[in-house]
Design a protein around this ligand. Sequence first.
Ligand SMILES: Cc1cc2nc3c(=O)[nH]c(=O)nc-3n(C[C@H](O)[C@H](O)[C@H](O)COP(=O)(O)OP(=O)(O)OC[C@H]3O[C@@H](n4cnc5c(N)ncnc54)[C@H](O)[C@@H]3O)c2cc1C
Ligand SMILES: NC(=O)C1=CN([C@@H]2O[C@H](COP(=O)(O)OP(=O)(O)OC[C@H]3O[C@@H](n4cnc5c(N)ncnc54)[C@H](O)[C@@H]3O)[C@@H](O)[C@H]2O)C=CC1
Length: 506
Amino acid sequence: MAATESDKCKFLIVGGGIAGVTCAEQLASQFPSDEIILLTASPLIKAVTNFKQVSKVLEDFDVEEQPHSFLEERNPNVRVIQSAVKALAADQHTVCVEDGRRYVYEKLCICAGARPKLIAHSNRHVLGIRDTDSAQVFQKRLSSARRIAVVGNGGIALELVYEIEGCEVIWAVKDKAMGNTFFDAGAAQFLVPQLESAKPKAPAICKRTKYSTEACFVLGPEHQEQSAADRREFGSALGPDWHEGIKLKGTKEVSHKVHFEYQCEISQIYQQEEFTKLMKTPLAFPEHGSDQTESTADKELWPVYIQLTNGKTYGCDFIVSATGVIPNTEPFVRGNNLEVAEDCGLKVNEHMCTSEPDIYAAGDVCTTAWEPSSLWQQMRLWTQARQMGWYAAKCMAADTLGQSIEMDFCFELFAHITKFFNYKVVLLGKYNAQGLGSDHELLLRCTKGHEYVKVVMQRGRMMGAVLIGDTNLEETFENLILNQMDLSAYGEDLLNPNIDIEDYFD
Ligand SMILES: Cc1cc2nc3c(=O)[nH]c(=O)nc-3n(C[C@H](O)[C@H](O)[C@H](O)COP(=O)(O)OP(=O)(O)OC[C@H]3O[C@@H](n4cnc5c(N)ncnc54)[C@H](O)[C@@H]3O)c2cc1C
Ligand SMILES: NC(=O)C1=CN([C@@H]2O[C@H](COP(=O)(O)OP(=O)(O)OC[C@H]3O[C@@H](n4cnc5c(N)ncnc54)[C@H](O)[C@@H]3O)[C@@H](O)[C@H]2O)C=CC1
């Protein structure tokens, strides 16, 4: 269908990531005779395939990066248009895109995702990782690197320090232990030895979703040199196993070489020229020059230098800022009354509605502003992007048809399956006792190198769990958390390896 200056549609979706695509597909199946337009800034979309509900809340699916035609062929009433939204006029129900076209909608769902929240913008030595383009830039810079610095202590940092080989990594962590968004200090201690040994050749456990990064390899050299911070539009976010298709190797013949700097942040970043000039000033860097990293590298010249709040300085080839994300809300909030949360996401209520009529939001771009179940919290994850996209579509459909709708069951219990340091990791409910204060106790079972099981209990009820390794406990624990059974009588037997807990509660 040829583009007109102003297209009208019942449903308009912005974003070709998991949230947007899931929303479009769900609406397409519910309204087969209406056209659904999906606007996206990226040339490829993310499609969910082989979806399986593993248990009540745990789900399993593959994610494929595909051309737009893939979605249009699967759903003949979906039209995908590659053009970035530049403005929204909520009062006129109109969206304007970069080539000047306008789209008039009855209902709009904003699924524009997020971008890395970098510690320093427009610094060519600071990289963020979000999409296939930025992963390609990172890979290229790493291939000639001897030492890099990683800042941040969440998902990306955890993946990088384990996956990178042949390059020294200085890991600057704000907290006392690694991986604070997923783990407590005990779990971190269980995982650290994995960084001290060589990486196994083939992965022992395969993460449930396979991710393809083929699209990485079609970029021109000028694009590869561009700093991630300079790029204004990002593609869809990477996800599970994004690093398995690409070689993350530096120039050295080492497996892991990670140097931790705990409880500190970067206070200054210096370019080489700036740093060498300052080095000539006596006492500018009292710590520099001591053998901080057990290498002689400090005598070498580096493209960039970081100064940490603990006073130490390190030279490195570049810095990865794995310091969280910031939702892509700019073109939507400008000139409208869209309420924005503290973390900059678009606030949505229990029907995924924003504060403007007929505008919904889902995935990384939104912040849930409803009173959540006592066992659920929002995290910007692949699974939640899919669930929100699906539920937003159901809400849009119900509002269109004048029907009522119940909050989806997936928001009852937080559940996430992933892999860190080659271990399967399952997180359930209030896995880090989030929001429970001191009114909780922990039960632990740990076999070094094999498994780490932590259960969060409150007044005899199971509130959350961290399961690292092949524990096979996820379904039983999911049930125990959901049914809030009083488990006081079982005490520590809950984690007794000699008791088959599954049989116990069947
Ligand atoms: C390196 C990395 C590893 C990750 N690993 C995991 C993992 O193992 N497990 C997990 O659960 N989650 C993981 N995540 C998080 C997960 O990928 C995201 O939470 C999820 O993909 C978000 O989906 P989304 O659809 O909301 O946003 P996105 O995937 O970011 O999609 C946003 C879409 O909107 C488009 N867009 C943006 N602005 C505009 C505009 N103005 N106009 C038009 N289109 C626009 C973009 O081009 C894109 O298509 C990872 C993230 C990263 C970066
Ligand atoms: N396996 C998984 O589930 C994975 C999930 N992801 C998701 O991708 C997104 C992006 O990942 P991350 O960037 O790792 O975000 P994140 O939100 O997981 O972690 C951000 C980290 O940066 C730290 N931080 C923030 N500002 C800082 C500063 N100025 N200096 C030092 N540290 C600072 C925070 O304390 C936190 O540890 C997240 O939504 C994350 O959940 C990413 C990789 C793997």
